[in-house]
Structures are given as structure tokens and as C-alpha cells.
Design a protein around this ligand. Structure first.
Ligand code: F3S
Length: 428
């Protein structure tokens, strides 16, 4: 692999031990994927599951050790670096009915990790939707480990990034470069399988859950191939696009999708396939969406304990919608309704009175917290949580998978989730 002088100097240790270890890691990854060189990035998004999401046990120890080596001697990151959510909003733990001893155990680990990254200049957004606050242009190269951020930036903005691991995204932030392979290259971004909407589906009538269900099914079929989705109404909101993208991170190992008429590289089906005709076309209709709904609804009861909204983190538009749906009503005393957003959106929503409006009705708005996959998936059994309702396929999938099936899920639209929070029961 060809290295520029600055990269060579880092590899030789002339920038200190952290940049050397970081460059060694990126160089090794580049060799595995036959990268011909490194490419400068505009930013990196740091995903720190070992420390921030799963702060207990060996993974936390291992994660912190690796992190320390990669940033050894580094005062600040080379490029703007945003941070992924944590397992808990410590300030709202009581309202979420999380036991005090659990919170006390986590608090010092969180505080240590937050200080650690923030002192190096990381932006404390603590969110999986940095694309909503920081815009990257078509063709701009990025680093990042969070699957939603990777999917959205590649597919909607036309920026270029691979789905990195926690350590490689950190190494990218330290060095300011990433190996030039996969999604960074034109040939790595071409569509490989076409999905066409059946006549029995009109995406203008879709709820947030329908977008999730469509992506969940298509991802399952596409597996490792880049899908091209044709027949969706192009006037989708950021929220629609987010829920369409997110399931591909779950049911497939994909970093990019093409939405014809939306993705900058997919004005037509042919262009999405790099000027070629698709070899395979798969139709999606109501039956296929139903397949997703059946898999994401695992609960055997209609009693709801927790209602988790904001996976991926809520936009202002969604927070406002929650406030409207709750207006003049009260969350059932047996339920905890919580809505997650970034620290940035939280402050805006508070200034606009949206947080207060939701909390007046008994909802809890949390900031910088992953609303389910980690707390319910990883600790659901320990916290004796039985059933969680959500409008996110990613949340439903991971809560079930990470908890070993212990925590059951109810999956439906945002308005269905809010109705469940008011009534304490799930209605089809
Ligand atoms: Fe974000 Fe957690 Fe969902 S990191 S996409 S809220 S699983």
C-alpha cells in the first residue's frame, strides 16, 4: 500500500505512540482489503460499545485498554469527531425506574469515559444520527462505526464511508485518514440486486413502521448485496429515510442502499447499477411487509411495560409529533414511555417547550442514550424487564437478540406506541 509522508511518519512513530498504533491498525485493515492507499477524511463518528454501551465486565476492560493504546500521547483528534449514545441517561434513571445500585455502578465508568473523549475535543452529541446535525457532501470521505450513520451518509447524502469497528473509527479520528477501499470507491458502491414495490403498496400511505418493515425484509433477502429500491415515493422526510435505512444494518451487513430518485448516485435504476441492467429483480408487497411484522412482534401478551421511541435518535419533527399525540392525555401508571434524542436536539427541544410538553403528560425525554438495544438487550434480564414496545425494527431485533429472547417485543408505528403508553395495552 502506498503511504504519503505524513502517514509513513505516523507508522514510524514520529507522531508518538498513539498515532503509530492507530496507523498500524489502519494499515493492517488496508492490506486485508487490498487498499492501494489511505484517503483523508472530513470527520469520524466514534462508536464505543465496549465502554459507553456495555460498561460492565471484560468487554469494558478490553475496550478501555485498546482505546488508551490508540490515543496514547494524543492531545486532540485530527478531524471533527462525534460520539455515539450511551447505555443510560444518568439524569433520568429514576424516571426510567432503573434501580439505584445499577446506576451507581455505571456512573463512574460513564463519567470517566465522557471526560476521556471530550478532553480530546470529541463533540458530545452522544447520538447515532450525527447526519441530522452535521452535514457531509456528496463524495466527501468519512470514518465511522455506527451502522445508521454509515447507511444514511452513504445512501442519502452521497458521502463515502465503510462500516468501521469501534477501534478503527477511533484510529481514523486520531490519524485523519482511512484505508481507501469498499464504499470509498465507485466500484464498491454499485447496486447488486433490484427491489421493486408491488402495485398493492403505495409508500405515500406508509407509517414509520412500514418503512422499517420494508427495509427489514429487503435487507434479509439482500444479505451482503447492495440493494436498489425502486417504486418508493421520492418525497420522503428525513424521518422516513432514517427508518427505511436502519433495518439494513440489522437484517443485512450492508453499508449502503440505493433509493431511486433519492440517492445521489441513483437518479435511475440503470445508474444505480453503474450503467448496467440489473440481473435480479425481487418484488415487495403487503405479504413481505407482514413477514417483518411477524418476526418483530415476539410478545405473547398485550400488557406493555416500557415504550421505547428514538432508535435511531428522534429528530425535532418526531419529538414534536410525540408531544402532539400526547397532548391533553396521561401515560398509564404501569408504563414507562421514553423518547431518546441527541444532546443537541434535546437542548433545542427544551428551548422550544417540546420536552416540557411531553414530560407534562408523563413521558420521559432522554438525551444521549440508546433507548433499548443496550439497556433492555444487555441488561433486560438483570433488570427483570418483560415486554418493550417500539417503532424501530433495529430496537426490536436487538432487544430480542441481545437478551437471548428474555425480553419480548411489540413493534408498530409511533402512534400505535403512544396509544399503548396511554392505555397500558397494545392494540393491533
Ligand atoms: Fe441508535 Fe441505539 Fe438504535 S445506537 S440506532 S438508538 S440501537
Amino acid at each position: 500500500m502506498e503511504l504519503r509522508k505524513r502517514e509513513e511518519d505516523m507508522l514510524m512513530g514520529r507522531f508518538g505512540p498513539g498515532p503509530q498504533k492507530s496507523m498500524e491498525l489502519l494499515f493492517a485493515v488496508g492490506k486485508v482489503f487490498d487498499a492501494k492507499d489511505m484517503i483523508p477524511v472530513a470527520a469520524s463518528h466514534l462508536h464505543l460499545p465496549e465502554i459507553m454501551l456495555f460498561p460492565k465486565g471484560d468487554e469494558a476492560k478490553w475496550g478501555m485498554e485498546v482505546t488508551r493504546k490508540l490515543v496514547d500521547g494524543v492531545d486532540s483528534f485530527s478531524v471533527p469527531s462525534t460520539l455515539n449514545p450511551m447505555v443510560l441517561d444518568l439524569g433520568k434513571a429514576d424516571a426510567l425506574r432503573i434501580p439505584k445500585d445499577f446506576v451507581d455502578e455505571m456512573r463512574p465508568i460513564f463519567e470517566q469515559a465522557m471526560t476521556f473523549y471530550e478532553r480530546k475535543g470529541a463533540i458530545p452529541n452522544y447520538s447515532c444520527t450525527p447526519f441530522s446535525d452535521f452535514f457531509y457532501r456528496k463524495g466527501e470521505h468519512l470514518g465511522g462505526a455506527e451502522s445508521v450513520q454509515v447507511l444514511f451518509n452513504n445512501s442519502i447524502n452521497g458521502a463515502r464511508l465503510n462500516r468501521e469497528t469501534g477501534p478503527t473509527a477511533l484510529a481514523v479520528a486520531v490519524t485523519g485518514v482511512t484505508p481507501n477501499y469498499g464504499m470509498h470507491l465507485d466500484e464498491g458502491r454499485r447496486g447488486q440486486v433490484l427491489f421493486e414495490l408491488n402495485g398493492d403498496l403505495d409508500s405515500r400511505q406508509f407509517t414509520d413502521a412500514d418503512y422499517n418493515a420494508l427495509g427489514y425484509y429487503a435487507g434479509h433477502i439482500a444479505a451482503e448485496r447492495i440493494p436498489v429500491l425502486n417504486g418508493l415515493h421520492p418525497e420522503m422526510t428525513e424521518t422516513d429515510l432514517k427508518y427505511l435505512c436502519v433495518p439494513f444494518a440489522v437484517s443485512a451487513g450492508i453499508s449502503m442502499i440505493h433509493i431511486v430518485g433519492v440517492t445521489p448516485e441513483a437518479p435511475t435504476v440503470k445508474e444505480a447499477f453503474g450503467g448496467k441492467e440489473p440481473k435480479e429483480k425481487i418484488f415487495i408487497g403487503k405479504k413481505e411487509l407482514q413477514w417483518s411484522y411477524e418476526r418483530l412482534n415476539t410478545a405473547t401478551t398485550d400488557e406493555v411495560e416500557y415504550i421505547a421511541i428514538g432508535c435511531p435518535h428522534c429528530s425535532l419533527e418526531e419529538l414534536r409529533r410525540v408531544a402532539q399525540l400526547l397532548q391533553g392525555r396521561k401515560v398509564h401508571s404501569a408504563c414507562v414511555l421514553f423518547i431518546a434524542t441527541s444532546t443537541i436536539k434535546y437542548h433545542l427541544a427544551k428551548q422550544m417547550g417540546i420536552v416540557q410538553a411531553i414530560e407534562k403528560c408523563g413521558g420521559v425525554v432522554v438525551r444521549g442514550m440508546c433507548p433499548g438495544a443496550s439497556i433492555f438487550g444487555r441488561y433486560g434480564k438483570e433488570l427483570a424487564i418483560g415486554t418493550v414496545a417500539t417503532n424501530s425494527s433495529k430496537n426490536a431485533h436487538y432487544i430480542g437478540a441481545h437478551s437471548g429472547g428474555h425480553v419480548k417485543t411489540l413493534f408498530g408505528s409511533l402512534s400505535q406506541c403512544i396509544e399503548a403508553a396511554i392505555e397500558g395495552k397494545w392494540r393491533e
